[in-house]
Design a protein around this ligand. Structure first.
Ligand code: MN
Length: 489
Protein backbone atom coordinates (compact mmCIF):
# COMPACT_ATOMS: atom_id res chain seq x y z
CA UNK A 1 0.00 0.00 0.00
CA UNK A 2 3.06 2.24 0.42
CA UNK A 3 3.42 4.70 -2.43
CA UNK A 4 6.80 5.92 -3.67
CA UNK A 5 6.60 9.46 -2.34
CA UNK A 6 9.45 11.95 -2.72
CA UNK A 7 10.20 15.53 -1.72
CA UNK A 8 11.61 18.29 -3.90
CA UNK A 9 14.59 20.41 -2.90
CA UNK A 10 14.19 23.93 -4.28
CA UNK A 11 17.16 26.22 -3.70
CA UNK A 12 16.87 29.98 -4.00
CA UNK A 13 19.49 32.23 -5.56
CA UNK A 14 19.83 35.10 -8.07
CA UNK A 15 22.03 36.14 -11.04
CA UNK A 16 24.03 38.74 -9.08
CA UNK A 17 26.90 36.41 -8.19
CA UNK A 18 27.79 35.11 -11.68
CA UNK A 19 27.73 31.64 -13.22
CA UNK A 20 30.51 30.19 -11.14
CA UNK A 21 28.72 30.77 -7.85
CA UNK A 22 25.46 29.42 -9.29
CA UNK A 23 27.22 26.26 -10.47
CA UNK A 24 28.74 25.80 -7.02
CA UNK A 25 25.34 26.28 -5.37
CA UNK A 26 23.69 23.77 -7.72
CA UNK A 27 26.49 21.23 -7.19
CA UNK A 28 26.32 21.50 -3.43
CA UNK A 29 22.52 21.34 -3.38
CA UNK A 30 22.66 18.14 -5.44
CA UNK A 31 25.24 16.70 -3.06
CA UNK A 32 23.17 17.66 0.00
CA UNK A 33 20.00 16.13 -1.46
CA UNK A 34 21.84 12.89 -2.23
CA UNK A 35 23.44 12.70 1.22
CA UNK A 36 20.21 13.57 3.02
CA UNK A 37 18.32 10.94 1.02
CA UNK A 38 20.54 8.29 2.65
CA UNK A 39 19.20 9.12 6.11
CA UNK A 40 15.67 10.41 5.46
CA UNK A 41 12.58 8.16 5.22
CA UNK A 42 11.81 9.48 1.71
CA UNK A 43 14.06 10.72 -1.13
CA UNK A 44 14.91 14.41 -1.28
CA UNK A 45 15.25 15.23 -4.97
CA UNK A 46 17.18 18.33 -6.02
CA UNK A 47 15.09 20.24 -8.57
CA UNK A 48 16.39 23.70 -9.30
CA UNK A 49 18.54 26.61 -8.22
CA UNK A 50 15.85 29.20 -8.77
CA UNK A 51 16.79 32.68 -9.94
CA UNK A 52 13.57 34.00 -11.47
CA UNK A 53 9.88 34.29 -10.75
CA UNK A 54 9.22 32.01 -13.72
CA UNK A 55 11.52 29.21 -12.51
CA UNK A 56 9.89 29.25 -9.08
CA UNK A 57 6.35 29.32 -10.46
CA UNK A 58 7.17 26.45 -12.85
CA UNK A 59 8.62 24.16 -10.18
CA UNK A 60 5.71 24.83 -7.81
CA UNK A 61 3.12 24.19 -10.53
CA UNK A 62 4.88 20.89 -11.25
CA UNK A 63 5.04 20.01 -7.52
CA UNK A 64 1.29 20.64 -7.19
CA UNK A 65 0.57 18.43 -10.19
CA UNK A 66 2.81 15.44 -9.41
CA UNK A 67 1.19 12.88 -7.10
CA UNK A 68 4.57 11.45 -6.07
CA UNK A 69 5.74 14.86 -4.80
CA UNK A 70 4.60 14.99 -1.15
CA UNK A 71 6.11 18.39 -0.41
CA UNK A 72 8.85 20.91 -1.11
CA UNK A 73 11.93 21.76 0.95
CA UNK A 74 13.43 25.20 0.29
CA UNK A 75 16.76 26.69 1.24
CA UNK A 76 18.72 29.79 0.26
CA UNK A 77 22.46 29.09 -0.06
CA UNK A 78 22.83 32.68 -1.25
CA UNK A 79 20.45 35.61 -1.11
CA UNK A 80 17.27 35.12 -3.16
CA UNK A 81 15.08 38.24 -3.38
CA UNK A 82 11.67 37.08 -2.25
CA UNK A 83 9.36 39.16 -4.43
CA UNK A 84 10.15 36.64 -7.16
CA UNK A 85 8.77 33.87 -4.88
CA UNK A 86 5.34 35.48 -4.37
CA UNK A 87 3.54 34.13 -7.44
CA UNK A 88 4.88 30.61 -7.02
CA UNK A 89 4.39 30.31 -3.28
CA UNK A 90 0.89 31.79 -3.50
CA UNK A 91 -0.07 28.85 -5.72
CA UNK A 92 1.59 26.17 -3.57
CA UNK A 93 -0.76 23.33 -2.58
CA UNK A 94 1.78 20.93 -1.09
CA UNK A 95 3.42 20.90 2.35
CA UNK A 96 6.34 23.28 2.62
CA UNK A 97 9.44 23.09 4.79
CA UNK A 98 12.06 25.83 5.00
CA UNK A 99 15.38 24.23 5.88
CA UNK A 100 17.49 27.05 7.29
CA UNK A 101 20.92 25.48 7.01
CA UNK A 102 24.38 26.10 5.61
CA UNK A 103 26.67 23.97 3.43
CA UNK A 104 29.68 24.54 5.70
CA UNK A 105 29.52 23.90 9.41
CA UNK A 106 32.31 26.26 10.43
CA UNK A 107 33.36 29.80 9.64
CA UNK A 108 36.86 29.18 8.16
CA UNK A 109 38.96 31.60 10.13
CA UNK A 110 41.92 31.92 7.70
CA UNK A 111 40.06 31.58 4.42
CA UNK A 112 37.09 33.78 5.00
CA UNK A 113 36.93 36.73 2.60
CA UNK A 114 34.20 38.53 0.66
CA UNK A 115 33.99 35.78 -1.99
CA UNK A 116 33.24 33.28 0.78
CA UNK A 117 30.69 35.69 2.25
CA UNK A 118 28.89 36.10 -1.10
CA UNK A 119 28.64 32.35 -1.59
CA UNK A 120 27.68 31.37 1.97
CA UNK A 121 25.02 33.77 3.10
CA UNK A 122 22.14 31.57 4.17
CA UNK A 123 22.00 33.54 7.40
CA UNK A 124 20.49 36.47 5.56
CA UNK A 125 19.16 34.63 2.50
CA UNK A 126 16.98 32.47 4.76
CA UNK A 127 15.64 35.53 6.57
CA UNK A 128 14.51 37.15 3.32
CA UNK A 129 12.92 33.82 2.35
CA UNK A 130 11.25 33.44 5.75
CA UNK A 131 9.73 36.90 5.58
CA UNK A 132 7.75 36.28 2.43
CA UNK A 133 6.20 33.06 3.76
CA UNK A 134 5.28 34.91 6.96
CA UNK A 135 3.86 37.80 4.91
CA UNK A 136 1.82 35.34 2.81
CA UNK A 137 0.64 33.57 6.01
CA UNK A 138 1.73 30.26 4.50
CA UNK A 139 1.64 27.21 6.72
CA UNK A 140 5.20 25.90 6.76
CA UNK A 141 7.75 24.14 8.92
CA UNK A 142 10.98 25.92 9.70
CA UNK A 143 13.93 23.72 10.65
CA UNK A 144 17.24 25.39 11.49
CA UNK A 145 20.63 23.75 12.06
CA UNK A 146 23.49 22.02 10.32
CA UNK A 147 22.11 19.72 7.60
CA UNK A 148 24.19 16.72 8.65
CA UNK A 149 23.25 16.88 12.33
CA UNK A 150 21.03 14.10 13.53
CA UNK A 151 18.52 16.36 15.25
CA UNK A 152 18.02 18.24 11.96
CA UNK A 153 17.62 15.13 9.80
CA UNK A 154 15.32 13.56 12.38
CA UNK A 155 13.07 16.60 12.42
CA UNK A 156 13.09 16.78 8.63
CA UNK A 157 12.26 13.07 8.46
CA UNK A 158 9.41 13.51 10.95
CA UNK A 159 8.03 16.41 8.90
CA UNK A 160 8.24 14.23 5.77
CA UNK A 161 6.15 11.55 7.52
CA UNK A 162 3.55 14.18 8.42
CA UNK A 163 3.52 15.37 4.79
CA UNK A 164 2.97 11.80 3.58
CA UNK A 165 0.09 11.64 6.06
CA UNK A 166 -1.30 14.76 4.38
CA UNK A 167 -0.92 13.14 0.93
CA UNK A 168 -2.70 9.98 2.09
CA UNK A 169 -5.34 12.16 3.77
CA UNK A 170 -6.12 14.07 0.57
CA UNK A 171 -6.78 10.78 -1.25
CA UNK A 172 -8.67 9.07 1.57
CA UNK A 173 -11.74 7.04 0.73
CA UNK A 174 -13.74 5.41 3.51
CA UNK A 175 -16.22 2.56 2.94
CA UNK A 176 -19.04 2.49 5.47
CA UNK A 177 -21.10 -0.63 6.17
CA UNK A 178 -24.10 0.60 8.10
CA UNK A 179 -24.50 3.93 9.84
CA UNK A 180 -23.13 5.22 13.13
CA UNK A 181 -24.17 3.50 16.35
CA UNK A 182 -27.56 4.85 17.33
CA UNK A 183 -27.59 8.03 19.45
CA UNK A 184 -23.78 8.39 19.68
CA UNK A 185 -22.61 11.99 19.21
CA UNK A 186 -18.82 12.02 18.99
CA UNK A 187 -18.63 9.62 16.05
CA UNK A 188 -20.82 11.95 13.96
CA UNK A 189 -19.56 14.80 11.82
CA UNK A 190 -20.05 16.89 8.71
CA UNK A 191 -18.86 14.72 5.83
CA UNK A 192 -19.17 17.49 3.26
CA UNK A 193 -17.08 19.89 5.32
CA UNK A 194 -14.58 17.10 5.97
CA UNK A 195 -14.22 16.45 2.26
CA UNK A 196 -13.70 20.16 1.59
CA UNK A 197 -11.12 20.43 4.38
CA UNK A 198 -9.38 17.05 4.37
CA UNK A 199 -10.32 15.56 0.99
CA UNK A 200 -11.98 12.45 2.45
CA UNK A 201 -14.57 10.64 0.36
CA UNK A 202 -16.82 8.96 2.93
CA UNK A 203 -19.61 6.86 1.44
CA UNK A 204 -21.83 3.96 2.34
CA UNK A 205 -22.24 0.45 0.94
CA UNK A 206 -24.97 -2.02 1.85
CA UNK A 207 -24.18 -4.80 4.32
CA UNK A 208 -26.12 -6.98 1.87
CA UNK A 209 -23.52 -6.25 -0.82
CA UNK A 210 -20.82 -7.43 1.57
CA UNK A 211 -22.78 -10.61 2.34
CA UNK A 212 -23.11 -11.24 -1.41
CA UNK A 213 -19.36 -10.79 -1.79
CA UNK A 214 -18.76 -13.14 1.16
CA UNK A 215 -20.91 -15.83 -0.45
CA UNK A 216 -18.70 -15.66 -3.56
CA UNK A 217 -15.48 -16.34 -1.61
CA UNK A 218 -14.01 -19.76 -2.47
CA UNK A 219 -12.69 -22.41 -0.08
CA UNK A 220 -9.29 -22.10 -1.79
CA UNK A 221 -9.16 -18.39 -1.03
CA UNK A 222 -10.01 -19.14 2.60
CA UNK A 223 -7.32 -21.87 2.75
CA UNK A 224 -4.70 -19.38 1.54
CA UNK A 225 -5.65 -16.79 4.15
CA UNK A 226 -5.79 -19.47 6.88
CA UNK A 227 -2.16 -20.29 6.06
CA UNK A 228 -1.32 -16.60 6.50
CA UNK A 229 -3.12 -16.53 9.88
CA UNK A 230 -1.22 -19.64 11.01
CA UNK A 231 2.09 -18.06 9.99
CA UNK A 232 1.42 -14.87 11.97
CA UNK A 233 -0.66 -15.99 14.95
CA UNK A 234 -1.07 -18.85 17.42
CA UNK A 235 -4.37 -20.66 16.99
CA UNK A 236 -5.81 -21.00 20.48
CA UNK A 237 -9.24 -22.37 19.63
CA UNK A 238 -10.70 -25.57 18.20
CA UNK A 239 -13.41 -23.56 16.50
CA UNK A 240 -11.83 -23.58 13.05
CA UNK A 241 -15.17 -22.75 11.45
CA UNK A 242 -15.23 -19.39 13.25
CA UNK A 243 -11.75 -18.53 11.98
CA UNK A 244 -12.67 -19.56 8.46
CA UNK A 245 -15.74 -17.36 8.69
CA UNK A 246 -13.55 -14.40 9.65
CA UNK A 247 -11.26 -15.20 6.71
CA UNK A 248 -14.29 -15.12 4.42
CA UNK A 249 -15.28 -11.73 5.84
CA UNK A 250 -11.75 -10.36 5.43
CA UNK A 251 -11.46 -11.50 1.81
CA UNK A 252 -14.84 -10.00 0.92
CA UNK A 253 -14.18 -6.69 2.70
CA UNK A 254 -10.73 -6.40 1.09
CA UNK A 255 -12.15 -7.05 -2.40
CA UNK A 256 -14.74 -4.33 -1.91
CA UNK A 257 -12.23 -1.86 -0.45
CA UNK A 258 -9.72 -2.43 -3.24
CA UNK A 259 -12.30 -2.27 -6.01
CA UNK A 260 -13.39 1.17 -4.77
CA UNK A 261 -9.90 2.44 -3.89
CA UNK A 262 -10.88 2.67 -0.21
CA UNK A 263 -8.19 2.60 2.42
CA UNK A 264 -10.45 2.54 5.48
CA UNK A 265 -13.81 1.12 6.49
CA UNK A 266 -16.37 1.14 9.26
CA UNK A 267 -19.07 -1.23 10.42
CA UNK A 268 -21.45 -1.42 13.33
CA UNK A 269 -22.58 -4.26 15.55
CA UNK A 270 -26.12 -2.90 15.14
CA UNK A 271 -26.14 -3.74 11.44
CA UNK A 272 -24.76 -7.19 10.66
CA UNK A 273 -27.76 -8.33 8.68
CA UNK A 274 -26.92 -11.66 7.05
CA UNK A 275 -23.58 -12.03 8.88
CA UNK A 276 -22.96 -14.59 11.63
CA UNK A 277 -20.10 -12.73 13.34
CA UNK A 278 -18.93 -9.18 13.79
CA UNK A 279 -15.63 -9.01 11.87
CA UNK A 280 -12.96 -9.25 14.59
CA UNK A 281 -9.90 -11.12 13.35
CA UNK A 282 -10.91 -9.93 9.86
CA UNK A 283 -10.73 -6.25 10.83
CA UNK A 284 -7.56 -6.80 12.86
CA UNK A 285 -5.72 -8.51 10.02
CA UNK A 286 -6.85 -5.83 7.56
CA UNK A 287 -5.45 -3.15 9.91
CA UNK A 288 -2.21 -5.10 10.08
CA UNK A 289 -2.02 -4.60 6.29
CA UNK A 290 -2.43 -0.83 6.65
CA UNK A 291 -6.19 -0.38 6.24
CA UNK A 292 -7.96 1.93 8.66
CA UNK A 293 -10.91 0.77 10.71
CA UNK A 294 -13.52 2.45 12.87
CA UNK A 295 -16.14 0.58 14.89
CA UNK A 296 -19.71 1.76 15.46
CA UNK A 297 -19.63 3.68 12.17
CA UNK A 298 -16.80 5.94 13.34
CA UNK A 299 -15.49 7.04 9.93
CA UNK A 300 -13.27 9.77 11.40
CA UNK A 301 -11.24 7.32 13.46
CA UNK A 302 -11.19 4.85 10.53
CA UNK A 303 -9.57 7.40 8.22
CA UNK A 304 -7.21 8.65 10.94
CA UNK A 305 -6.07 5.07 11.65
CA UNK A 306 -5.11 4.62 7.99
CA UNK A 307 -3.40 8.02 7.84
CA UNK A 308 -1.40 7.53 11.05
CA UNK A 309 -0.38 4.02 10.03
CA UNK A 310 0.86 5.45 6.71
CA UNK A 311 2.89 8.08 8.58
CA UNK A 312 4.65 5.38 10.60
CA UNK A 313 7.60 3.14 9.96
CA UNK A 314 7.78 1.72 6.41
CA UNK A 315 4.38 3.20 5.58
CA UNK A 316 2.54 0.91 8.01
CA UNK A 317 3.55 1.67 11.57
CA UNK A 318 2.64 0.45 15.06
CA UNK A 319 -0.69 2.24 15.29
CA UNK A 320 -4.10 0.90 16.21
CA UNK A 321 -7.76 1.75 16.51
CA UNK A 322 -8.26 2.03 20.27
CA UNK A 323 -10.85 2.82 22.89
CA UNK A 324 -10.50 3.94 26.49
CA UNK A 325 -12.46 1.33 28.44
CA UNK A 326 -11.84 1.35 32.15
CA UNK A 327 -9.50 2.81 34.81
CA UNK A 328 -7.28 1.39 37.53
CA UNK A 329 -7.51 4.08 40.20
CA UNK A 330 -5.22 2.68 42.87
CA UNK A 331 -3.05 5.51 44.21
CA UNK A 332 0.42 5.43 42.71
CA UNK A 333 -0.53 2.99 39.97
CA UNK A 334 -3.21 4.79 38.03
CA UNK A 335 -3.79 3.53 34.51
CA UNK A 336 -6.27 3.54 31.67
CA UNK A 337 -7.11 0.19 30.11
CA UNK A 338 -7.72 0.40 26.38
CA UNK A 339 -9.31 -2.32 24.28
CA UNK A 340 -12.28 -2.84 22.01
CA UNK A 341 -15.01 -5.40 21.60
CA UNK A 342 -12.71 -7.15 19.13
CA UNK A 343 -10.82 -4.85 16.82
CA UNK A 344 -7.34 -3.74 17.96
CA UNK A 345 -4.53 -3.84 15.37
CA UNK A 346 -1.84 -6.44 16.15
CA UNK A 347 0.91 -3.99 15.08
CA UNK A 348 0.93 -2.81 18.73
CA UNK A 349 1.28 -6.32 20.22
CA UNK A 350 4.17 -7.08 22.58
CA UNK A 351 4.27 -10.74 21.48
CA UNK A 352 2.71 -13.10 18.96
CA UNK A 353 -1.09 -12.73 19.16
CA UNK A 354 -3.44 -15.67 19.78
CA UNK A 355 -6.60 -16.35 17.82
CA UNK A 356 -9.42 -17.12 20.26
CA UNK A 357 -13.18 -17.47 19.97
CA UNK A 358 -15.55 -16.22 22.65
CA UNK A 359 -19.17 -15.30 23.00
CA UNK A 360 -19.93 -11.64 22.22
CA UNK A 361 -23.12 -10.47 23.86
CA UNK A 362 -23.32 -7.06 22.22
CA UNK A 363 -24.84 -6.87 18.76
CA UNK A 364 -26.40 -9.37 16.41
CA UNK A 365 -23.72 -12.10 16.53
CA UNK A 366 -25.25 -15.52 15.92
CA UNK A 367 -21.90 -17.26 16.41
CA UNK A 368 -18.85 -16.60 18.63
CA UNK A 369 -16.49 -14.33 16.71
CA UNK A 370 -12.81 -15.17 16.35
CA UNK A 371 -10.43 -12.38 17.38
CA UNK A 372 -6.76 -11.74 18.10
CA UNK A 373 -5.93 -11.51 21.80
CA UNK A 374 -2.65 -9.93 22.95
CA UNK A 375 -1.05 -7.41 25.29
CA UNK A 376 0.11 -4.06 23.91
CA UNK A 377 3.76 -3.22 24.24
CA UNK A 378 5.29 -0.85 26.75
CA UNK A 379 6.72 2.49 25.60
CA UNK A 380 6.03 6.13 24.86
CA UNK A 381 3.06 6.62 22.58
CA UNK A 382 0.25 9.01 21.70
CA UNK A 383 -3.51 8.76 21.41
CA UNK A 384 -5.25 10.85 18.76
CA UNK A 385 -8.85 11.92 18.35
CA UNK A 386 -10.44 14.00 15.59
CA UNK A 387 -13.72 15.65 16.60
CA UNK A 388 -16.15 17.88 14.74
CA UNK A 389 -16.63 21.10 16.74
CA UNK A 390 -19.28 22.44 14.35
CA UNK A 391 -17.64 24.62 11.73
CA UNK A 392 -14.20 23.13 12.23
CA UNK A 393 -12.33 19.94 13.01
CA UNK A 394 -10.25 19.66 16.18
CA UNK A 395 -7.34 17.21 16.37
CA UNK A 396 -6.54 16.24 19.96
CA UNK A 397 -3.28 14.47 20.74
CA UNK A 398 -2.24 13.21 24.15
CA UNK A 399 1.15 11.85 25.15
CA UNK A 400 0.89 8.56 27.00
CA UNK A 401 3.25 6.07 28.59
CA UNK A 402 2.16 2.53 27.80
CA UNK A 403 3.14 -0.19 30.28
CA UNK A 404 3.04 -3.94 30.34
CA UNK A 405 -0.45 -4.52 31.77
CA UNK A 406 0.03 -4.82 35.54
CA UNK A 407 -2.30 -7.82 35.84
CA UNK A 408 -2.85 -10.76 33.44
CA UNK A 409 -6.67 -10.43 33.22
CA UNK A 410 -7.06 -14.07 32.08
CA UNK A 411 -10.81 -13.79 31.50
CA UNK A 412 -10.64 -10.68 29.34
CA UNK A 413 -11.19 -12.09 25.84
CA UNK A 414 -9.79 -9.16 23.84
CA UNK A 415 -6.52 -7.40 23.01
CA UNK A 416 -5.59 -4.85 25.67
CA UNK A 417 -3.19 -1.93 26.10
CA UNK A 418 -2.56 -0.25 29.46
CA UNK A 419 -1.20 3.25 29.78
CA UNK A 420 -0.74 6.31 31.90
CA UNK A 421 -1.89 9.48 30.16
CA UNK A 422 0.33 12.52 30.68
CA UNK A 423 0.80 14.51 32.79
CA UNK A 424 -0.90 11.98 35.10
CA UNK A 425 -4.09 9.97 34.91
CA UNK A 426 -6.41 12.42 36.66
CA UNK A 427 -5.09 15.60 35.00
CA UNK A 428 -4.78 13.82 31.67
CA UNK A 429 -8.37 12.60 31.79
CA UNK A 430 -9.64 16.02 32.86
CA UNK A 431 -7.79 17.70 29.98
CA UNK A 432 -9.01 15.13 27.45
CA UNK A 433 -12.62 15.60 28.55
CA UNK A 434 -12.29 19.42 28.59
CA UNK A 435 -11.01 19.29 24.99
CA UNK A 436 -13.92 17.02 23.94
CA UNK A 437 -11.74 14.06 22.93
CA UNK A 438 -13.59 10.88 21.93
CA UNK A 439 -13.54 7.42 23.53
CA UNK A 440 -12.30 6.08 20.17
CA UNK A 441 -8.71 7.03 19.34
CA UNK A 442 -5.77 6.02 17.24
CA UNK A 443 -2.95 4.85 19.51
CA UNK A 444 0.51 5.11 17.93
CA UNK A 445 3.97 4.16 19.10
CA UNK A 446 5.88 5.56 16.12
CA UNK A 447 4.06 8.76 15.27
CA UNK A 448 4.73 11.69 17.62
CA UNK A 449 2.71 14.68 18.80
CA UNK A 450 5.08 16.92 16.80
CA UNK A 451 4.27 15.02 13.62
CA UNK A 452 0.56 15.37 14.33
CA UNK A 453 1.04 19.10 14.93
CA UNK A 454 2.72 19.41 11.52
CA UNK A 455 -0.08 17.36 9.98
CA UNK A 456 -2.76 19.60 11.55
CA UNK A 457 -1.01 22.71 10.23
CA UNK A 458 -0.78 21.20 6.75
CA UNK A 459 -4.50 20.40 6.78
CA UNK A 460 -5.39 23.73 8.42
CA UNK A 461 -7.30 22.21 11.34
CA UNK A 462 -7.20 23.01 15.05
CA UNK A 463 -4.55 21.20 17.07
CA UNK A 464 -4.69 20.51 20.81
CA UNK A 465 -1.77 18.81 22.52
CA UNK A 466 -2.00 17.40 26.04
CA UNK A 467 1.45 16.62 27.41
CA UNK A 468 3.56 16.67 30.54
CA UNK A 469 3.13 20.42 31.13
CA UNK A 470 -0.61 20.73 30.40
CA UNK A 471 -2.95 21.81 33.18
CA UNK A 472 -6.75 22.03 32.95
CA UNK A 473 -6.56 25.78 33.69
CA UNK A 474 -4.04 26.51 30.92
CA UNK A 475 -5.94 24.28 28.52
CA UNK A 476 -9.26 26.02 29.19
CA UNK A 477 -7.67 29.39 28.43
CA UNK A 478 -6.03 28.01 25.29
CA UNK A 479 -9.31 26.53 24.04
CA UNK A 480 -11.19 29.77 24.75
CA UNK A 481 -8.73 31.79 22.64
CA UNK A 482 -8.62 29.08 19.99
CA UNK A 483 -12.40 29.04 19.72
CA UNK A 484 -12.45 32.78 19.05
CA UNK A 485 -9.62 32.52 16.52
CA UNK A 486 -11.25 29.69 14.58
CA UNK A 487 -14.57 31.52 14.43
CA UNK A 488 -12.77 34.46 12.82
CA UNK A 489 -10.78 32.36 10.36
MN1 MN B 1 -16.29 1.51 20.36
Amino acid sequence: MKKPYEFWFVVGSQFLYGDEVLETVAGRAKEMAAELTKVLPFPLVYKVTAKTNQEITEVIKEANYRDECAGIVTWCHTFSPSKMWINGLSALKKPYCHLATQYNREIPNEEIDMDFMNLNQAAHGDREHGFIAARLRLPRKVIAGYWQDEDVTERLGAWMRAAVGAAVCRQMRVMRFGDNMREVAVTEGDKVETQIKLGWQVNTWAVGDLVKEMNAVTEAEIDALMAEYEASYDIATDNTAAIRYQAKEEIAIKKMLDSEGCRAFTNTFQDLYGMEQLPGLASQHLMAQGYGFGAEGDWKVAAMTAIIKAMGKDGNGASAFMEDYTYHLVKGEEYSLGAHMLEVCPSVASARPRIETHHLGIGMNEKDPARLVFEGKAGSAIVVSLVDMGGRMRLIVQDIEAVKPIMPMPNLPVARVMWRPLPDLKTGVECWIIAGGAHHTVLSYDVTADMMRDFAHMMDIEFVHIGKDTTPEKLEDELFISDLAWKLK
